[in-house]
Ligand binder design. Sequence first.
Ligand code: KIV
Length: 289
Amino acid sequence: MSDFLVARLRRKYRDGQPIHSITAYDYFTALLAAEAEMDFVLVGDSLSNVMQGHGTTVPVSLDEMIYHTRIVARHFPAQRVVIDMPFGSFKADTQETVRNCVRAFKESGCGAVKFEGANESNIEATRILTEMGVPVLAHLGLLPQQVNSEGGYRMQGKTEKAAKELLRQAKAMQEAGAFAVILECVVPEAAEMIKRELKIPTIGIGCGNVTSGQIIVVHDILGMLPGKAPSFAKRYAELYGTAIEAVKQYRDEVGSREFPELGTDNAVPEQKEVLPAEHTPDRPAYLRS
Ligand code: KIV
């Protein structure tokens, strides 16, 4: 299957195969995505929440997004890495949006850019970027960067008028050249209607099982952080609890002098040489075929 994102998604969409994606922010999460052979990864501005510990996506900077995307693009096929444009780097001015997206695309080495919303400036920027050869992934519905003005995170497209407005925006982004649309927290009836009316894939998060594919924040499905994940994120693991237990066990074993264990490899004095860490898999799954 093509390693170029747009071609891969077109093929899966044409064949009616669900598209799967998670977010990735660093070496660890990029490896997870590579081993699980995700269609693409998004270096989401959710980085602000799950990697930096902020309460919203607003604080993360463009430089920080580029830094993390560069790391991800070294460990997951770079053409299928999408960078999320952070708050303030787009939307207000078309030329500035284009300049920032081109910079993010070139400096991070990723394969596409994503930005929230479909105002006139975003639509025009999508047209220019697509013509230049920078693939654009649209993001409609709940726009987390607007949480301060919206006053919370709410389901979108609940009335006929709201659903029609979302469809209008989605069509405008499609017309401008967007290769797919992320729909976030759009009620399933509206998400399904938008999917039916578009000729490009819809990737859902919190929209139910009606879109052409799904995307999710990796921390939410792996239980990597304390506190509640959004209700739509199924927990496939509880890594935070497991890690806490492991670190506490280490603390206790240092306290009781059980660690290091004499006669085993972790007891340095008995080893002939200290081996460096080997964290890099020989060949990640996506390179093996
Ligand atoms: O930043 C993010 O994680 C997103 C979601 C759509 C996954 O934009």
